[in-house]
Design a protein around this ligand. Structure first.
Ligand SMILES: [Zn+2]
Length: 280
């Protein structure tokens, strides 16, 4: 494992890339977390995944896949160290966490203009630097999303820009199939189809178009902090949401390493229900 500092945030915090590159000819996946600072359990999950890569449980996987992990793409938002007020945010404690970076920019709408140092670090020192085949962009959503009358544990979606190459899109759908089959059968997993836009300012779309990377958005249930109570999750859900990240990362790394992602069945996408909000 190698640790690289790929840049600094607006406030000068280091942004890290964790690298496992065993063979340059292997397929490569990038796991990206916490572009939105208030969506932090995915970072905890990514760190647990990194730990698991050193154990017997994941033995041999690194022989077949190169893994890049960029945890906490927005460290200033994650620390609440920003140049705007967070006084309406509702998490208790001595700091708040926010979606935006210190300049109050939504980093996941900056993938075309690339005006912010955090976005520039990702694009110029990771996406342009490595030959990446797959990416999972990990987020959190509101707490009331449901399918089949039941709250979801998360929702996911492939790139929906019309400019995405057909093979790239198919790769995204196959990657999603691996996630679906790893999460849905668990007792706690219940997945819906995310309802998302086509703008290429969004990582899921823009990164697929610009670099031909098969991207997948994965939104975990609930956020750590927000101005709206509808979005904030209690502590008791943390365990399974961290686990959902770990299972997702382990399953996709395995499926790329053993080649099974190449033949994953994507037909579930045709019947996967779009999520909607249950009343508060
Ligand atoms: Zn987000």
């Amino acid at each position: 494992m190698e640790l690289e500092v790929i840049g600094q945030s607006v406030k000068g915090r280091d942004i890290h890339l964790v690298k496992y590159i065993s063979d340059p000819d292997n397929p490569t996946i990038l796991y990206l977390t916490q572009q939105h600072g208030n969506e932090q359990l995915t970072t905890e999950g990514a760190l647990a995944f990194i730990k698991s890569l050193g154990t017997g449980k994941m033995k041999g996987v690194l022989d077949g896949v190169n893994i890049l992990v960029l945890p906490m793409a927005n460290p200033d938002g994650a620390m609440g160290d920003v140049d705007f007020s967070l006084e309406d945010y509702i998490a208790s404690g001595d700091r708040n966490l926010t979606r935006y970076n210190a300049n109050e920019v939504d980093l996941n709408r900056d993938h075309v203009a690339k005006t912010q140092p955090e976005t520039q670090a990702l694009h110029y020192n990771v996406l342009k630097e490595y030959s990446i085949d797959y990416m999972i962009d990990l987020h959190h959503q509101g707490t009331r999303s449901a399918v089949d009358g039941q709250l979801v544990s998360g929702s996911f979606l492939y790139p929906t820009s019309p400019n995405v190459d057909a093979d790239v899109l198919e790769g995204s759908k196959r990657l999603g199939s691996i996630v679906y089959n790893a999460i849905q059968p668990t007792g706690w997993g219940h997945l819906g189809k995310y309802v998302g836009g086509t703008a290429e300012t969004i990582g899921r779309n823009g990164i697929a178009v610009e670099y031909d990377i098969s991207t997948l958005l994965f939104e975990m249930r609930g956020m750590s902090d927000h101005e709206g109570e509808w979005a904030v999750l209690g502590q008791k859900s943390n365990g399974y949401l961290i686990k959902q990240t770990v299972v997702t990362l382990e399953a996709t790394a395995r499926a790329i390493a053993d080649g099974s992602v190449e033949t994953a069945d994507t037909t579930f996408w045709d019947t996967l229900p779009e999520q909607y909000n249950l009343p508060r």
